[in-house]
Design a protein around this ligand. Structure first.
Ligand SMILES: [Fe+2]
Length: 251
């Protein structure tokens, strides 16, 4: 990775421990993105570059009352860490240049192994998921341009939450619910199975993810058991709308 490339990492997340650099987002990296990766229309400003697991931007107990500390610890240090480990194994076996954006691989994931698909998706999805959350906040809701776009597209924030929640509740088995932006720059809600995501060329839904919700049982089972709907309802209290809005405004 060139020093020029590193210097363009733009997104900085604050945590209780201090500022932690997060490798989601580049201010300008157009020259580093192969032309064929534009097929899924993901924004060059929202590139996630790093195959390594990044530090969690808060403590394991930061989301307590919504997601318990033990769930967070197991989820981050076991499940997500394993995706990152297995992704690097797959990248080494399949001669992937890990100094280039992971999105390059995701956009052409049909050409790679199931191990790359499962763990590349798993790594990307979880790195995004951690950033999509913060400590519980009263009256938690988007503001500004994102709030206006949600109102315009889904008629209201309440209706958006209903549709997004339904996407999560109705995902049979394991998977994710997404708020994403499609090729026409329209906000969309959808879900994907397993560790697939809208960046993948094999995905039924295609675009740039803004917000992702993990509905695998490992994300909620210790606290909520079979009650996925309760997990989703509580999860709205810890969504980091500032982060989501920053992504939206970089598109
Ligand atoms: Fe997960």
């Amino acid at each position: 990775m060139s020093s020029k490339y590193k210097s363009r990492r733009a997104f900085i997340a604050d945590s209780a421990k201090g500022a932690i650099a997060v490798s989601i987002g580049l201010s300008a990296a157009g020259s580093l993105i192969p032309n064929d990766t534009t097929a899924n229309n993901y924004s060059k400003h929202l590139i996630f570059t790093n195959y390594d697991q990044q530090p969690l931007p808060y403590k394991y107990d930061a989301l307590e009352n919504v997601i318990d500390a033990m769930t967070m610890e197991i989820h981050y240090s076991k499940h997500a860490a394993t995706y990152a480990k297995n992704l690097k194994e797959a990248a080494a076996a399949e001669a992937v240049d890990v100094s280039k954006p992971l999105e390059d691989v995701l956009a052409k994931i049909s050409k790679f192994s199931p191990k790359m698909r499962n763990n590349g998706g798993g790594h990307y999805n979880h790195e995004l998921f951690w950033q999509c959350m913060r400590a519980k906040k009263d009256n938690n809701a988007p503001t500004g341009k994102l709030a206006a776009a949600i109102d315009k597209t889904f008629t209201s924030f309440a209706e958006f939450k209903k549709q997004f929640g339904d996407a999560g509740k109705n995902r049979f088995g394991s998977g994710w619910a997404w708020l994403y932006v499609d090729a026409a720059k329209t906000l969309k809600i959808g879900s994907s199975p397993n560790q697939d995501n809208p960046l993948m060329d094999i995905s039924d839904i295609k675009g740039t993810p803004l917000l992702g919700l993990d509905v695998w049982e490992h994300a909620y089972y210790l606290k909520y058991q079979n009650k996925r709907a309760d997990y989703i309802e509580n999860w709205w209290n810890v969504v980091n709308w500032d982060f989501v809005q920053q992504r939206f405004e970089k598109l």
